[in-house]
Design a protein around this ligand. Structure first.
Ligand SMILES: NC(=O)c1ccc[n+]([C@@H]2O[C@H](COP(=O)([O-])OP(=O)(O)OC[C@H]3O[C@@H](n4cnc5c(N)ncnc54)[C@H](O)[C@@H]3O)[C@@H](O)[C@H]2O)c1
Length: 371
């Protein structure tokens, strides 16, 4: 029996193209794994009213981890309009399958390494090596939202004097999305960041929040960060506001290493960091819990390129590399990253985003040849 059971979730659009590339490379590495195809994405929403069917959740529970391509998602009304006629008007509501996976499997760490590989013509600057730890289950993504705002919610919120400002606004003219952070949630994401910094030799961890304005939630994250930091005397804790951090990342990105933040700030800042090192074609991520993890490129299904085998597979190859490392296959993981770095440095094989005309699979072949 193979050593690992890996759920294989290409999803939609170019998700299929880049996952074919990942498979080519994993097969060349001869990872001792069984890859189990799992249904996820838009066609399942349209046909079944569920982009993440229960059978997929059941399958994932039998796997060590999952590799995921990309999905298409659309706003509520548009999504409903695309359901097969039999399902329309039956109350189906589109939910992002990746957000659901994070919640269902408590994948609380979103790990986003952003490294400027030498020779990448898309690097904003050389020597950038950032690793973003984004809390993945709480904050504004917890889904505690109201519109219109029910009277009971309104009454409860009067516990805050600041609510009086909205006294005259009818519930239907107001929308509320709750930013909820827990002590445990803050502590565990900060701990992951420090453990990573310790393991890979980063001298600093920067907590990125906004405690001067968003006092309670950002305040909790920063206070917990200080407590965790006290256990790592060799690693400095830097504290920066999210707005200033965006500026510093453009000005001096090479000064920073590990960054840790809450869900929404992390979502924003990790895209900024990704763009510093080549953009979506290079941005990989891991959604990691205590016993299960889902690895993915962070780009979407890029419908205009779907099935053309044109997009850059490096983000997905780097996601596979994170997966190998998480599985404990450190040597294979290092070998894969070195092969990616070598192909980029050589500069002969480049996809369209890098100014070349290599296909998705030609890039994967070039990496595989370097393994
Ligand atoms: N995690 C996910 O699966 C995810 C993430 C973002 C968007 N989406 C969904 O994907 C669909 C398309 O969204 P979008 O067009 O805003 O974002 P996108 O990431 O799919 O693509 C935006 C553009 O980025 C470029 N790009 C993306 N991936 C690339 C790659 N690997 N190599 C080179 N260039 C690449 C292309 O020019 C593409 O048109 C939407 O339905 C959206 O909701 C899914």
């Amino acid at each position: 029996m193979p050593k690992y059971r890996i759920a294989w979730m290409p999803g939609d659009g170019v998700g299929v193209d880049v996952m074919d590339a990942a498979r080519l490379v994993l097969d060349r590495l001869a990872l001792d794994a069984e890859y189990l195809p799992a249904d996820i994405g838009w066609e399942f929403w349209r046909a079944e009213g569920e982009a993440l069917p229960q059978r997929t959740i059941d399958l994932l529970k039998t796997c060590h981890c999952a590799l995921f391509g990309a999905i298409t998602s659309k706003p509520k009304e548009e999504a409903e309009a695309e359901l097969v006629p039999e399902l329309q008007g039956k109350g189906y509501v589109y939910r992002s399958p990746i957000v659901r996976l994070r919640q269902l499997f408590d994948l609380y760490t979103n790990l986003r390494p952003c490294r400027a590989y030498p020779g990448n013509p898309l690097n904003y600057r050389d020597s950038i090596d950032l690793v973003v730890f984004r809390e993945n289950t709480e904050d504004l993504y917890a889904g505690v939202e109201f519109h219109p705002v029910p009277a009971a919610v309104r009454t409860a919120l009067k516990a805050s004097p600041a609510m009086s400002k909205f006294d005259g606004v009818p519930g239907e003219n107001m929308a509320i999305s709750c930013r909820i952070l827990t002590r445990q949630g803050c502590r565990r994401i900060v701990r992951q960041a420090f453990e990573y910094a310790k393991q890979y030799g980063y001298p600093t961890v920067t907590v990125v929040e906004k405690p001067n304005v968003v006092r309670e939630t950002s305040g909790l994250m920063v206070r917990e960060a200080r407590k965790v930091a006290a256990e790592y005397p060799d690693i400095a804790l830097w504290e920066t506001n999210i707005d200033a951090m965006c500026m510093w990342l453009i000005k001096n990105p090479q000064d920073y290493g590990v960054l840790v933040t809450s869900n929404l700030f992390g979502d924003i800042i990790s895209d900024l960091c990704a763009q510093l090192v080549g953009g979506l074609g290079f941005a990989s991520s891991g959604n990691i819990g205590d016993t299960f993890a889902v690895f993915e490129p962070t780009h979407g299904s890029a419908p205009k390129y779907a099935g053309q085998y044109k997009v850059n597979p490096i983000a997905t190859l780097l996601a596979a590399q994170l997966m190998l490392r998480w599985l404990g296959e450190r040597e294979m993981s290092d070998r894969l990253e070195a092969a990616v770095a070598a192909v980029i440095a050589e500069g002969k094989v480049r996809t369209y985003d890098m100014g070349g005309d290599a296909t998705t699979l030609q890039m994967a072949e070039a990496v595989a040849a370097r393994l």
